[in-house]
Design a protein around this ligand. Sequence first.
Ligand SMILES: Nc1ncnc2c1ncn2[C@@H]1O[C@H](COP(=O)(O)OP(=O)(O)OP(=O)(O)O)[C@@H](O)[C@H]1O
Length: 248
Amino acid sequence: MSSLILENVTVDFPIYNAKSRSLKSQVMSLATGGTIGSNSDGVVVIRGLDNINVNLNEGERLGLLGHNGSGKTTLLRVMSGVYHPTVGRIAINGKCTSLINISLGIDPEATGRENIRIRGALLGFSAKEMAAKQAEIEEFSELGNFLSMPVRTYSTGMQLRLAFSISTVIEPEILIMDEWLAAGDEGFQTKANERLHQLVNQTKILIIASHSKELLVKNCSRILWLEHGKVKMDGDAETVANAYFGHL
Ligand SMILES: Nc1ncnc2c1ncn2[C@@H]1O[C@H](COP(=O)(O)OP(=O)(O)OP(=O)(O)O)[C@@H](O)[C@H]1O
């Protein structure tokens, strides 16, 4: 059974070149972002997440809502292992894939084909599994002869096509997304959308951050509303979305 559990998770970002004396006290509810404070050494600290508790089980589809800087991306990054909690712990059960920063790790000097191979190895595919995946990824990307060219020669859209084709070939049990991924030109977008829908439908646990009510209500069963790194509301998707969009 897949599950994802966060217990008392706090994430602090120490900012060594900021001066705490220049910070003015602000009315919290007016400010965007996390809480800015300082630690015992006088170092300025931005608290991205503040004591978050989430328990996700198979079948759950969690949406993240909140103003700019409320902690959505930080939470997604903690869930995908990019950040470690400063305090608290996280337990992940199941194969987890994050579709945030899909272009990260693409080597511009290597060819498209080499990049597919490199990423496959990083994802833990065996040589045999990779041979089948390689053909599938190449075909999906529709990059043709460009697959033999270094990625630095690609346009932005072509790079995205490659990154998208690679990142979505895996079938995760836990899927983490920051907004709905859009890649490529019109033709490719239709195809990319279909693939994303497939992934979202197949995954056992979904976590997606978005500013779109429609997207969240359509894809999620539960929504966590974050404010200044804290949980403001957690509940049924429609109820939380109505409360959030009603307060704006
Ligand atoms: N790498 C970092 N270094 C310092 N502070 C950070 C870093 N990443 C995030 N923060 C801070 O943590 C808080 C939460 O940011 P986060 O990116 O998680 O917000 P968000 O809800 O995803 O916002 P948005 O809707 O604008 O994408 C903000 O106050 C931000 O300034």
